[in-house]
Design a protein. Structure first.
Length: 236
């Protein structure tokens, strides 16, 4: 019996879940700019009396998403994994968001349907990734990317499309190409559940995990537009 702790802090929601013995406990709270003040107490809540040493695997949303949020989530996952000598499963937050939507009873996809998972990147840009729903479930069709909303419509898709995530507020741009929109955020619950189910039939060594020291946020946007003070020149 494996115990999985999952975290995602890529958006304004701080999400923590623990899967143990077929049961999942979750804390999923909207905490803009306050993840660092609450995430440890949220982990303590989902543990519900269990010890940190009971955890067998830590899953962490690595983005793309909020720079500060990702650093907080990854640093907490790193610290716990390092101290407990545990592997970490790096989870794309756009994929976690897609799985979160599918976990809702009111949300359904049929074979051949497409799903566009989006996270607002500010400055009139979106993080986004395409998925398609097949006989074996949801699978990614593109890598995580960043662009203005107007550029997303150029991606070749066929069939019914649903847009999810915080990018939905660019509805004037996206709705012209993709009329179905549903607002979700990445949740740790489905990630913990999926990994716990996989570990019933396969060892942790079969998963694409990394060492704590190798866990890195997936920013996607490498040129963040800021400079060190020494690079900014004179302000006289």
């Amino acid at each position: 019996m494996q115990t999985v702790l999952a975290l995602d802090t890529a958006t304004e929601f701080c999400s923590v879940a623990l899967a143990h013995a077929g049961h999942i406990t979750q804390q999923h709270v909207e905490l803009p700019r306050a993840h660092n003040r609450h995430i440890l107490s949220m982990i303590d809540t989902v543990l519900a009396g269990k010890k940190l040493s009971d955890i067998d695997l830590i899953a962490c949303g690595v983005g793309p998403g909020s720079f500060t949020g990702l650093r907080i989530g990854c640093s907490v996952a790193q610290g716990l994994a390092w101290s407990l000598d545990l592997p970490v499963y790096p989870q794309c937050s756009l994929h976690a968001q897609a799985l979160s939507a599918l976990a809702e009873e009111s949300f359904t996809l049929e074979t051949g349907d497409w799903l566009l998972s989006t996270i607002d990147a500010q400055i009139n840009q979106l993080y986004w990734r395409w998925f398609c729903y097949g006989d074996d479930g949801l699978y990614p069709v593109s890598e995580p990317l960043i662009s203005p909303p107007t550029a997303i419509g150029a991606f070749p898709v066929q069939g019914k499309v649903t847009v999810i995530g915080s990018g939905c507020h660019y509805e004037d741009v996206l709705r012209a190409s993709f009329p179905r929109e549903v607002d979700y955020r990445p949740s740790a619950r489905p990630i913990a559940g999926v990994l716990a189910a996989q570990l019933h039939s396969a060892p942790i060594s079969d998963l694409p995990t990394v060492r704590a020291i190798d866990l890195l946020p997936r920013y996607v946007q490498l040129d963040v537009g800021w400079k060190k003070l020494s690079e900014q020149g004179s302000h006289d």
